[in-house]
Design a protein around this ligand. Structure first.
Ligand code: DOR
Ligand code: ZN
Length: 349
């Protein structure tokens, strides 16, 4: 049985680090294991301009633990007022790696997102020309569409037309949760990829709703039925380079999750890699973990694979992590996979 895996340091291609006291508390949880992360711009107010992204990057670097090599790859929050020239300039200056599309109202702090996709056509065309990837939260917000169908409907109504209208635009369909999402990505060869979270490989909607409501499993897109979870696992372990890790680790104070109207987000930064190794072992695919966590993402983004390494170790006793971490905004509960995990990260460097 494999007991050690030495991998290039992985990257997290979708991460929420927040700001202020929360950033100060959670940054080290990602910087410990990951070398780089695509940083989500859904702050309040959102990170809209190149100058705001540069300032946010400085705040992240200031929160980074001493001596830890962790590079935040910044994104801009696409609005109907986004200036194409600012996006292209921020990318050319190395400040911004990608642009994030939130359909207005789809999720946490997405009120400034896009309602009329025709109004962002100019930005998307400029991005296609400059090779700037678009990271997409793939859910429609139409109240008439059932929440469990919102990803599949988004692909048909928004994503496919948008990609056809903007040839050459590189797109990451983020945190895919459905078989339809997996199939759509598999059916298109160029310029399209998808990230998968760890939690969507582990939970289905029963985990959220059966036998009592579990707010710490609530995220968006919401976990779907079991058949979809199995499709996601198959994609993750397939070795197909279009699929890579984006944890969507999204901390909220417990008081905001355990509420009458609780926030969406699972906080997986502390244990994402341990759980991921468990999943890949269960799927008899540990040899494919390196591709999924360390190689496919850099290949899509045109970046080198990290030079440092990380060691994952399989122990005889279950891994331990704190049930919650303390932050200046109150405690934040760490994602509980609901089973024992025997893998853990030994060292990163
Ligand atoms: O569950 C989620 N939480 N999904 C998102 O898209 C946003 C995120 C957050 O910012 O909390
Ligand atoms: Zn997210």
């Amino acid at each position: 049985m494999t007991r050690h895996l030495i991998l290039p340091r992985p990257d997290d291609w979708h991460l929420h680090l927040r700001d202020g006291a929360m950033l100060a508390a959670v940054c080290s949880e990602s910087a410990r294991d990951f070398a780089r992360a695509i940083i989500m711009p859904n702050l309040v107010p959102p990170v809209v301009t190149g100058a705001e992204a540069a300032a946010y990057r400085e705040r992240i670097l200031a929160a980074r633990p001493e001596g830890r090599d962790f590079t935040p790859l910044m994104t801009l929050y696409l609005t109907e007022e986004t200036d194409p020239a600012d996006v292209v300039r921020a990318h050319a200056d190395g400040i911004v790696t990608a642009v994030k599309l939130y359909p207005a109202g789809a999720t946490t702090n997405s009120a400034s997102g896009v309602t009329d996709f025709d109004r962002v056509r100019g930005v998307l065309e400029a991005m296609a020309g400059a090779g700037i990837p678009l990271c997409v939260h793939g859910e429609v917000t139409d109240p008439e569409v059932d929440i469990f169908d919102r990803e599949a409907v988004f692909i048909e109504r928004v994503l496919d037309p948008l990609r056809r209208a903007t040839p050459g635009l590189r797109v990451v369909l983020e945190h895919v949760t459905t078989r339809e999402g997996v199939d759509y990505v598999r059916a298109h060869d160029t310029g399209l990829a998808a990230t998968l979270t760890v939690h969507h490989l582990v939970i289905n909607r029963n985990h959220i709703l059966a036998g009592g409501i579990r707010p710490h499993y609530y995220c968006l897109p919401v976990a779907k039925r079991e058949a979809h979870r199995l499709a996601l696992r198959a994609a993750a372990v397939s070795g197909d380079a279009r699929f890579f890790l984006g944890t969507d680790s999204a901390p909220h104070p417990d008081a905001a999750k355990e509420a009458a109207c609780g926030c969406a987000g699972c906080f997986t930064a502390p244990n994402a890699l341990a759980i991921l190794a468990h999943v890949f072992e269960e799927e008899d695919a540990l040899d494919r973990l390196e591709g999924f966590a360390c190689r496919h993402g850099p290949a899509f983004y045109g970046l080198p694979v990290n030079e440092g390494t990380i060691t994952l170790e399989r122990r005889d006793t279950p891994a331990r992590w704190p049930a919650r971490i303390a932050t200046g905004d109150g405690p934040v509960t760490v994602f509980d996979p609901g089973f024992e995990v025997f893998w853990q990260v030994r060292e990163a460097g």
